[in-house]
Design a protein around this ligand. Structure first.
Ligand SMILES: [Mg+2]
Length: 248
């Protein structure tokens, strides 16, 4: 924390599992009231910038984090809205709008996808099937494999509960680099809880501070046990910043 006192801080955080508790249905996730109050405070202090970067689509994230003055980044950072509300996209994003539509349609046409929640985002897709039985899931995975072979421009991260389909070369690291360029005089802090956040932790190595919510923080990050500790950290950041403002 002493590293941070008296400095402008750029806080970049993941959403699901980091600042909002997981729910069985990802559509039912929401920010707790006290977290909303904390995030609002970040937008009011002049030496703080706050960005939320998520694997969710930007439109979805805007509904989840309905607070003015926050930078919001969806699709692993590939589509983001700046503080003024202007939307920016990763340079290859235009190549993916069409293919995402086509993939979503391909899956929704498949009869074995009944019961699978197809989360269509601007330039990515997530397939949720954790409630399916073993046999049905096997059929679903077969269709996913077929799509993977036909769509080498995407990375397919196939898991037991779901599959993330992400443009090749896109990750949270790109967005974080953009933020570092945009706010060179701010000290960057990043929080995440998942394999998709490892890239962010890597980017900040030697030039910022990274936190990992979970039992085994990867190298280059500090561990936080859960939402309670995240809130504590945010309150500390606000207090350190406020103290510096009062002193100047
Ligand atoms: Mg997460």
């Amino acid at each position: 924390m002493t590293k941070l006192s008296g400095r402008k801080i750029l806080l970049m955080t993941d959403f699901d599992g980091t600042i909002a508790a997981y729910r069985k249905d990802p559509r039912k996730v929401s920010l707790a009231k006290d977290m909303v109050a904390i995030l609002q405070k970040f937008t009011r202090q002049p030496n703080l910038k706050l960005a939320v970067v998520s694997g969710r689509g930007l439109q979805d994230l805007e509904k989840m984090v309905n607070i003015r003055g926050i930078i919001l980044a969806g699709c692993f950072g590939g589509v983001f809205r700046d503080e003024q509300g202007k939307v920016h996209t990763w340079e290859k994003a235009p190549d993916y709008f069409g293919p995402v539509e086509e993939l979503a349609e391909f899956f929704s046409r498949s009869p074995v996808f009944k019961g699978v929640y197809i989360e269509k985002k601007e330039i990515a897709l997530t397939l949720h099937y954790k409630d399916l039985g073993v046999k049905k899931r096997r059929e679903v995975l077969k269709v996913i494999e077929e799509a993977r072979e036909k769509n080498p421009i995407f990375n397919f991260h196939v898991g037991d509960k779901g599959t993330e389909i992400i443009p090749q070369g896109l990750g949270k690291g790109w967005f974080i680099q953009e933020m570092l360029k945009k706010y060179p005089d701010f000290y960057p802090v990043f929080l995440g809880n998942d394999w998709v956040d490892l890239e962010g932790i890597e980017v900040l190595r030697g030039q910022g501070l990274a936190f990992y919510v979970g039992d085994t923080p990867p190298p280059g990050s500090h561990g936080l046990s859960g939402l309670k500790e995240v809130k504590k950290l945010f309150k500390k950041l606000l207090a350190v910043n406020q103290a510096a403002l009062n002193a100047s």
